[in-house]
Design a protein around this ligand. Sequence first.
Ligand code: SF4
Length: 446
Amino acid sequence: MINSSAFQGKKAAYFTLGCKLNFSETSTIGRLLGEMGVVTAAKGEPADICIINTCSVTDMADHKCRQAIHRMVRENKGAFVVVTGCYAQLEPETISRMEGVDLVLGANEKARLIQYLSEAWTDKTDEENGLHRHFSVATKDIKDFAPSCSRGNRTRYFLKVQDGCNYFCTYCTIPYARGFSRNPTIDSLVRQAEQAVAEGGKEIVLTGVNIGDFGVSTGETFVELVKELDKVGGVKRYRISSIEPNLLTDELIDYCASSRAFMPHFHIPLQSGSDAVLKLMHRRYDTALFAHKIRLIKEKMPDAFIGVDVMVGTRGELPEYFEETYRFLESLDVAHLHVFPYSERPGTAALKIPYIVSDREKKLRSKRLLSLSEEKTEAFYARHIGTTAEVLLEKAARGKAMHGFTRNYIRVELPSSQADEALDNQIVTVRLGDFNSDRSALKITL
Ligand code: SF4
């Protein structure tokens, strides 16, 4: 039984680290607490409840999580502090021992946050009052799927279509932190998309850990999901947050090319452009397959924006393998590289690979790829200057320029003199002008 009176009038503060999926889940936690009568604390106002949704993708992420917990505890004296997310699943005991932390919820438990809070606040004694408790189950027992479809900070909705991963790439801890791949039914996701439309949503980003694996729990497929979601008329735009190249089927690319609302925008993790390194990583494709996917997308959707994840300095990445990666990326018609340095994760199979890349070398390699990425993004944007595009505008602070994105993910800037709250979440057709002052967007006027 939930003790709803315990929630009434309480103020909550949220802090999220990590991926879009985490942001979407925090947003859902906020909505659920809101339904119980909890309000979000204004900036700088002390909160009664702090929710910290953590990430554990690198050593640095773990460090930032600990810093965030210390800061939240310090800034919200006496608040009930809850830590959840990937780092909470992997290190529940360490976190629960941290000063000021009351409750740690692992991957399977976060869906039942309200219940845990209600129980903690209803208990009589201090010991039982949730202080320093942690709840998490072993990875193999993470079975629950916490549904989530929420409006992010901006205009977009994030619809979680899948969670967990069965791939066990040698460098990755995500399968340990989020459990095995699982998903809800297509029907339930269609209903959530319809609800987002009813709330005024126009753009939905499909999120998950390994989205293309959708269907393992329900016997459905990702392309079937895409086709059904496309029928939800009120949604003007869908984006797929990221999809493994081996799961980005030719059928899916074909469908997106002629679909009503799936945008010509793809984000595909490559990780390395060397087949030898891909093997060490236990990735399930080679560079030939990756190049085929890029060619097919560009053949069907010449203006598509393609972003690519690349990891540098993984164990085993000899200098010649990095050079192969550089040349491979140079040859691809993609618009952006999301570059991140490899970080050693406890318990991963990659630790058995003997060749280690120094931090200094990792930095140099990252720098080269970042500068290649800048060239590619600039060239992609420059090709569109002078063309006409549909833009979905996003809310801006008073007196500030408004931003938005074209169908193919070019960021645009509307000057502050034309910014208007009434334009928030509106789709307008504009001519794309030159670069803005910091070259992060193309200028538009109405
Ligand atoms: S596909 Fe590989 S990198 Fe991606 S979440 Fe699964 S194990 Fe991690």
